[in-house]
Design a protein around this ligand. Structure first.
Ligand SMILES: [Mg+2]
Length: 305
């Protein structure tokens, strides 16, 4: 199992400091095996495109057998949790809807904590984001020129145009809070990298001269909400992802153990040159299943036995 792990500072092996690095690594393994809650990124961790990755069912079984909880957290705001459940089911991965946390739902929950229940919101985003913001809330959509919005929410919008930019700018200058679902510069598609929500957020930010509250990774609201949903503390929680600049950074900022899987975007070479390397690097989900094999079982009262 040790060959799955990369110490914090591989270059220090055999030199002064190596024992400190080894100690940190041993501590990371201990935290992984004793963690109560696991937050997984999805694309590049559980599947790639529409192909499930090896070990997905095994890892959920291994967590369930040991009484661990998990959440699946994504920066994507365009699909609802129900749509993710359906997408995962098509790949043979069965999870309940309440373990899925999208940046759309996390944005809704941020607004519920921040604004009066019945607030008008100007949205730049796709129908899936509107559905997540306006279903089961008293929030209502504000159209440009109708009335003042209390919040401007910006996500990925494939029909973004100057009129929407102008409306968002005006609402923010009139006092609306500015919230971004995520600031991903691009997103990978079969046709290559296309502009992501961050590109649209940047234009609204440039026009209004204001910085948004960012919900998605690498900021912490999304992963904090996933953790709170499980009722755990950062010490008890692990963030598992495939990107150093989003998943791992968010986990670190939130004070969680961070574990990089090498089945997606970031590579061992990226880890070696990263200023903020993850606590542990595992090759893939089967390596995580192996690690969990040594995990302590959890008693029915939630304590580790
Ligand atoms: Mg990913």
């Amino acid at each position: 199992m040790a060959d799955h792990a990369i110490p914090h500072h591989p270059s220090t092996a055999g030199r002064p400091g190596a024992s400190a690095a080894a100690e940190r690594e041993a501590d990371a393994w201990h935290r992984l095996r004793n963690a109560h809650g696991f937050i997984f990124d999805m694309d590049g961790v559980l599947y790639r495109g529409d192909q499930p990755l090896a070990g997905v069912s095994d890892v959920f079984d291994a967590l369930a057998v040991r009484g661990r909880r998990f959440m699946l957290a994504t920066n994507n705001s365009m699909s609802t949790p129900a749509q993710y459940v359906a997408k995962l089911a098509r790949m043979g991965i069965d999870v309940p809807e309440d373990v899925i946390l999208t940046s759309g739902i996390a944005t809704r929950d941020y607004l519920l904590q921040t604004l009066p229940p019945s607030s008008g919101i100007f949205v730049i985003g796709m129908p899936g984001l509107r559905e997540q913001l306006f279903t089961d809330t008293a929030f209502y959509p504000v159209q440009y020129g109708e009335e003042r919005a209390q919040a401007v929410v910006v996500g990925l919008d494939l029909t973004f145009d100057y009129a929407k930019l102008k409306a968002a700018n005006e609402a923010i200058r009139q006092g609306a809070i500015f919230v971004a679902t995520n600031v991903d510069a691009t997103l990978p598609t079969e046709a290559g990298l296309v502009p992501g929500a961050g590109s649209i957020v940047a234009s609204v930010s440039t026009a209004s001269g204001r910085q948004p509250v960012v919900i998605g990774k690498p900021e912490t609201p999304l992963v904090d909400q996933a953790m709170r949903h499980m009722n755990f503390t950062p010490d008890e929680t692990v963030m598992i992802g495939d990107r150093l600049d989003t998943d791992i950074l968010a986990g670190q900022r939130a004070g969680m153990l961070s574990v990089l899987l090498l089945t997606g975007v970031s590579t061992r070479e990226d880890v070696a040159s990263s200023p903020t390397p993850p606590d542990l690097v595992l090759t893939d989900l089967p390596a995580l299943v192996d690690a969990l094999a040594a995990a302590a079982p959890m008693a029915t009262d939630g304590s580790l036995s």
